[in-house]
Ligand binder design. Structure first.
Ligand code: G3I
Length: 330
């Protein structure tokens, strides 16, 4: 498919370059809005459910599952020949409401998590290509985050989660986190954690750096250096949740150009360092979490993606496409 005065789409360019360019997907928009459907399928070759595969969305009660939204997105991905990322099996956030009131024992938590991973990863054994098995297990100071999972199972829950996923799926298995995109205290801690897991033969294939570039825009050179060191451990590295914004009270006059420049710099850093996958955290600005996530998101400019509210291509879109095209021509 070609649009914009005969220009190839982003997906055309990415396919040719064998690069994976994805978007986080909201099932209601997919069902309701033809422009959303068309943009997602023609401009991206990868999808990930933004919320539909999280425990809170999947588990209306302790013993039941609701896969309707997750299935809709996975089916959409498969039908359109896209790479499908699963997000996420184990996280401390977005647990079901009933969970908070559950008076559980440690053994019950362990059995619950094992069953959850077996059921969810098993259901999509052949249809999900990559899973964020564990999300955000490291705290901002580099320590292991205290969560309901670590309280019940100790730090070993991370290794257990990867092993349980590996028992039921053919997907590649990722550790995913924020604030660790460049070389810093947190990414050092994640590096040490993953190195220890690999030494113990825990089945882990890669690491996802979210890259929510909001107030701070991590240095692309440091991102490249970070990608390289994790790849040297034998891990694949993916950028899994990219968006680029500015503090709401300090939006520069040339925000659209600066945003485009940053997207371009990240794509270039990624390609140079051997990362072959970037997923943006939404299809268009109208659907960004920054506009709906109360207290946090509202502090940032609400237009962090490649397409604007009307699905028009932004300078950031052209920057990403051109960076991929340029690289292809080398
Ligand atoms: O589904 C309910 C809906 O029934 C209700 O009417 C509505 C009222 O507020 O809330 C809806 O749930 C919201 C959900 O998104 C679906 O829209 C939650 O309140 C809201 O908190 C939730 O936010 C999500 C957030 O994760 C939760 O922590 C964002 O959409 C999602 O983009 C965001 O994604 C995370 C990644 O998973 C991990 N990395 C960080 C990233 C951004 O925070």
């Amino acid at each position: 498919m070609s649009t914009e005065q005969g220009q190839p789409t982003l997906r055309d360019v990415a396919d040719e370059r064998e690069f994976t360019i994805g978007a986080a997907i909201d099932p209601d928009s997919l069902r309701r809005d033809p422009s959303y459907w068309k943009t997602a399928s023609s401009e991206f070759n990868a999808v990930t459910p933004e919320n539909a595969l999280k425990m809170g969305a999947l588990r209306p009660s302790r013993h039941t599952y609701d896969f309707r939204d997750a299935d809709a997105i996975v089916d959409f991905g498969r039908e359109n020949d896209m790479y499908v990322r699963g997000h996420t099996l184990v996280w401390h956030n977005q647990k079901p409401d009933w969970f908070q009131a559950w008076d559980h024992t440690d053994e019950q938590i362990e059995a619950f998590l094992r069953n959850h991973i077996h059921t969810v990863a098993g259901r999509y054994r052949a249809t999900i290509d990559a899973w964020d098995v564990v999300n955000e297990a490291v705290d901002d100071d580099g320590s292991t985050r205290r969560t309901v999972w670590s309280d019940a199972m100790g730090e070993g829950y991370i290794a257990d989660a990867f092993r349980w996923a590996d028992e039921v799926t053919d997907a590649d298995l990722y550790y995913n986190d924020y604030g660790a995109d460049e070389v810093n205290e947190k990414s050092d801690a994640i590096y040490d954690l993953l190195e220890r897991l690999l030494e113990r033969d825990v089945p882990i294939d890669g690491v996802g750096f979210q890259l929510h570039a909001l107030a701070a825009h991590p240095d692309p050179e440091s991102i490249a250096e970070n990608i390289e060191r994790f790849r040297a451990l034998g891990l694949d590295v993916q950028i899994t949740e990219m968006d680029v914004a500015f503090p709401d009270d300090d939006v520069p006059a040339d925000a659209a150009e600066r945003q485009a420049d940053y997207y371009r710099a990240v794509v270039e850093a990624c390609l140079e360092a051997g990362c072959e996958t970037i997923v943006t955290w939404g299809v268009h600005d109208g659907g960004t979490w920054l506009r709906s996530f109360k207290d946090f998101g509202e502090r940032y400019s609400g237009d962090p993606l490649l397409f604007d509210d009307r699905y028009e291509r932004k300078p950031a879109y052209r920057a990403v496409r051109n960076a991929l095209e340029k690289h292809r021509e080398r």
